[in-house]
Design a protein. Structure first.
Length: 116
């Protein structure tokens, strides 16, 4: 019986020693899981920030490209007609020809009615 009592006593001592260690390990595992979850959340936030920064960069690139295309088109137009002079001259000539035609028509109507 003595050996059985000793065995039970030893098991009790082992249980008293192992229980705190096991609960500490359980706490450590729980803390490790929480840290892992926090790490995943933080990583997801960083990925979201990276996606946002990438989208902003793409938008800025598109805007800058559009501005540059507009400037190039404007400078190309100036090279072709530096002051818009050709367009002005064409419009002026067209207007003068219409005005001349109206005057000629007015004279012919006057001549028709007055005979002069």
């Amino acid at each position: 019986m003595r050996s059985r009592t000793r065995t039970v006593a030893r098991l009790g001592i082992v249980a008293l020693v192992v229980a705190p260690v096991a609960s500490g390990a359980g706490r450590a595992a729980a803390q490790g899981a929480k840290q892992s979850a926090d790490s995943v959340v933080q990583g997801a936030k960083e990925i979201g920030k990276g996606v946002e920064d990438t989208a902003k960069g793409i938008g800025e690139t598109v805007v800058t490209g559009a501005k540059e295309v507009g400037q190039r088109a404007q400078s190309a137009g100036k090279e072709l007609d530096p002051q818009g002079q050709k367009l002005h001259d064409s419009a002026k000539t067209f207007g003068e020809s219409i005005w001349g035609s109206m005057k000629a028509f007015g004279r012919s109507v006057r001549t028709f009615f007055t005979g002069q």
